[in-house]
Each structure stands twice: as C-alpha cells, then as structure tokens.
Design a protein around this ligand. Structure first.
Ligand code: C5J
Length: 220
C-alpha cells in the first residue's frame, strides 16, 4: 500500500506489518467537565478530531489491521509517577488529586477511560502508560515486535506532547511512523502546527504526515 501524497514523500506500508496507534483519547483530556477543561483548556478543539478518528478506526478494523490504544495513567499508589512529574509547576490539580471525573490520571478512574466513541475492542491492545511516550515503561515495543510490526500510523492527543514523544520513541526503535494531521490535536493550535512541521522536516526525520482521507484511499 502507498500514500503517494504523504509528506515529505510517499509513505509505503504493508497492513500486516502495521499498527494504528491511538494516543490518550481519554475522557479527562477530551470531554467537557474533565481535567483538561478544569485547567482552562478548550476541549472542543480536541473533540473536533473525533469523527475523522472514528472513520480511520472503522476502516482500519475493517481491513483487519492491528490497533493499539494508550491512556496516560498511573497506578493508584502513584509508585510509577516520578515526583518531578507530579510536582512540576503550580497546577490547580495534580496527578492523583480528586478531579471532576475521579483521581487525575489514575488508572481505572472514570476520567481515565478512553472516550466511548473510540472505545477499544477486547481483541485490541489497550495500554496504560505512565510517561508521555507510549514506549516508556510499557510492553509496547515487545508486543509490536511479537506481531512483526514495522510501520505505525498515529492519531490522538496532544500533538506536541504525548503524540510527538511517542513518535520520537518509535523512531529510535526503528519504526516507520506516519501522523494523520486531522486525527491529532493540541489545546494550542500553534504547537500542533509546529510539531507537524518538525516531525516531517529534514527528509522525514521523525516520520511522515498525511490526512485521514489519504490513508482511507490507500486502505480502500
Ligand atoms: C498528553 C499531556 N496525552 N498533554 N498528555 O499529551 O499531558
């Protein structure tokens, strides 16, 4: 399969050696009344990508591709949360504090669940990740190696934090990475624009970008 109009040049992949990786589409970041909104962010920006994510997820499932979902999540005792992550800055709510949808970024809390529109199926990989990157302190690399995966297609939030970090981690582990531009978003549009540019700069130094329509054409 090929996406001829991917940037900065055509992206080639074989579906059996590829995975769709959906980063942190969890209620606390994306739903009104969650952690993200309580910090003053406009979650409607993030919600705008849900329909294109749903279309890609449906087509990928229909084609029989491997799907990975991640959640930024810590153990209830916060043993996997470095103090530096919890104490940085002066936020209104810290990781582990009770928030609008349960304890912030704690596994199993209502706000930590992936939004129902993109809910994982039982046969898909759903991983809690304590870091920004999906490979840090998770079995993701081992699972992908076991499945013979070499190419990753990324969607999710936020572009310049967990998505970009995960793509850079993947790149260092030898994966070919594609980001779907209209399936990722940031609370800060200028950060998204900059992240998209830098990922594909210098001859795809981290990876490629394409639109969901371009991927859907390749899958059809
Ligand atoms: C993610 C964050 N998922 N922005 N987390 O990007 O803290």
């Amino acid at each position: 399969m090929q996406i001829p109009d991917a940037l900065p040049f055509p992206f080639e992949f074989q579906l059996p050696r590829s995975a769709l990786v959906i980063i942190d589409m969890q209620r606390d970041f994306v739903e009104p009344g969650g952690f993200g909104e309580s910090l003053g962010n406009d979650v409607s920006l993030l919600r705008a990508i849900i329909p294109s994510c749903q279309q890609v997820l449906a087509a990928w499932r229909e084609a029989g591709g491997l799907v990975v979902h991640t959640r930024e999540a810590h153990a209830p005792d916060l043993s996997d949360c470095p103090p530096a992550k919890r104490q940085r800055g002066n936020p209104a709510l810290r990781i582990g504090d009770p928030g609008p949808m349960g304890r912030i970024l704690v596994a199993g809390e209502p706000g930590n669940a992936i939004i129902p529109e993109l809910a994982p199926r039982p046969d898909e990989i759903a991983l809690d990740k304590p870091g920004k990157g999906a490979f840090h302190a998770t079995p993701l690399h081992a699972l992908l190696q076991q499945a013979g995966v070499s190419h990753l297609v990324f969607m999710g939030v936020t572009t310049e934090v967990c998505v970009q970090t995960s793509m850079r981690e993947a790149n260092d582990r030898g994966y070919e990475c594609l980001l779907l531009e209209d399936c990722t978003e940031s609370y800060f549009p200028q950060f998204k624009a900059a992240a998209v540019e830098m990922l594909r700069a210098q001859g795809a130094i981290v990876g490629w970008t394409a639109t969901s329509a371009q991927l859907l054409r390749a899958l059809a």
